[in-house]
Design a protein around this ligand. Structure first.
Ligand code: PEP
Ligand code: MN
Length: 373
């Protein structure tokens, strides 16, 4: 891909992008943007005017009049402005108003027809386009969107990581699945990566933690939604913060310098190591979960007076896991060593459950000892 650096990323790290989820009125947009700008800590303003809402009968944006307000916000603050585009007409209108940065939302990146329509509309322009990850965890769609734009001659590209939809309970509105963003950084080291903690978290309490995590993974920027009166926001109110809270978050962020590797190999190794660390963390979480399940099995067996070790079941596990392991390119020898270790740990956990009175006595004895000492 032929990529050209975007000026704002050359000047500062991290680049901070902020503004309301949606432009709602001229007053709301201008007062929010002016207050954000007065912190002196924000580099780009944002506001959605065409809102792709999951459900109908919710606020769908103020439409093209919002572009005039964005232009005023730029005049008043001197900051570049950005807006989400999702079709040919949006691009046409945004370019007509000389909006500085266009971004493609998660519900659009997911659809190659829409992305192609946007790319066609942008042909022959020198636009700067930020591409959010698709709603679902499919890196090929994200990559494909960048490729479609690049083939249309768009060279000033940036990626925005806003997390991935999942089914079921989670503390996040959208699962960050950090390793996927890191993989995109590895694939396209020359394209900056911005994190959008607002849409990952869905709630303001998590914004700082997620922003810090992104900085520690060497992201180039952070996009945070801010609203002059968050509780009255017409969209995404739980995740928006006042400009004052925004400033507090920015002030608390610790910007650690990546060891700047001159050589290509070093930077490649760094990306790969980040992936390994994240995968290791996930593996440990899963192993912990496996042990919790084993403990429940221990409880059930205890109730019915069944032994911990069931040879037939153990043989089945080995058989199935070595076959699955082979499909993943893992040797039988490794799989057996791994299974033995995991199995032993499971047995130890079950043992503790089964003989919990003993272990209770033991731990109270230990406590006594330590309080005596
Ligand atoms: C937004 O930025 O307000 C938005 C709609 O985000 P996403 O496309 O990530 O859902
Ligand atoms: Mn939003």
């Amino acid at each position: 891909m032929k990529i050209e650096a975007i000026d704002i990323f050359k000047k500062k790290r991290p680049v901070i992008i902020s503004g309301p989820c949606s432009a709602e009125s001229e007053e709301q947009l201008l007062s929010t943007c002016e207050e954000i700008a007065s912190t002196g800590k924000v580099d780009v303003l944002r506001a959605g005017i065409w809102k792709p809402r999951t459900r109908p009968d919710t606020f769908e944006g103020v439409g093209v009049q919002g572009l005039e307000w964005l232009v005023k916000a730029r005049e008043k603050t001197g900051l570049p402005v950005s807006v989400e585009v999702a079709n040919f007409n949006h691009v046409f209108e945004a370019l007509k108003h000389q909006i500085d940065i266009l971004w493609i939302g998660a519900r659009t990146t997911v659809n190659p027809f829409s992305v192609q329509e946007i790319a066609d509309a942008l042909k022959g322009t020198n636009a700067t386009v930020f591409v959010k990850n698709p709603i679902n965890a499919d890196l090929e769609l994200w990559t494909g969107a960048l490729e479609r734009l690049n083939k249309a001659g768009i060279r000033k590209l940036c990626m925005i990581h806003r997390g991935f939809a999942q089914h079921g309970k989670s503390i996040y509105r959208n699962e960050p699945k950090w390793q996927l963003a890191v993989e995109m950084k590895r694939r396209f080291p020359e394209i900056p990566m911005v994190c959008d903690p607002s849409h990952i978290s869905g709630k303001r309490e998590l914004l700082l933690e997620i922003s810090q995590q992104a900085l520690d993974l060497d992201f180039d920027g952070i996009m945070l939604e801010s609203h002059i009166r968050p509780d009255e926001a017409l969209s995404d109110k739980d995740q928006q913060v006042t400009p004052t809270m925004l400033e507090e978050i920015i002030d608390k962020l610790v910007v650690r310098q990546p060891v700047v590797p001159d050589e290509e190999l070093n930077s490649q190794l760094k990306m790969l190591r980040q992936q390994i660390d994240i995968i290791d963390e996930d593996l440990l979480k899963l192993l912990g979960e496996r042990m919790r399940v084993a403990e429940n099995i221990g409880l059930a067996k205890k109730e019915k007076g069944v032994t911990i070790l069931q040879t037939k079941r153990w043989e089945e596990i080995i058989e199935r896991a070595t076959q699955n392991g082979e499909l993943q390119g893992l040797s039988k020898k490794f799989m057996i060593r791994y299974l033995k270790a995991v199995h032993q740990e499971s047995i130890d956990h079950q043992n503790e459950i089964m003989n919990s009175e003993d272990s209770l006595n033991l731990s109270s004895a230990k406590n006594e000892q330590s309080s005596n000492s």
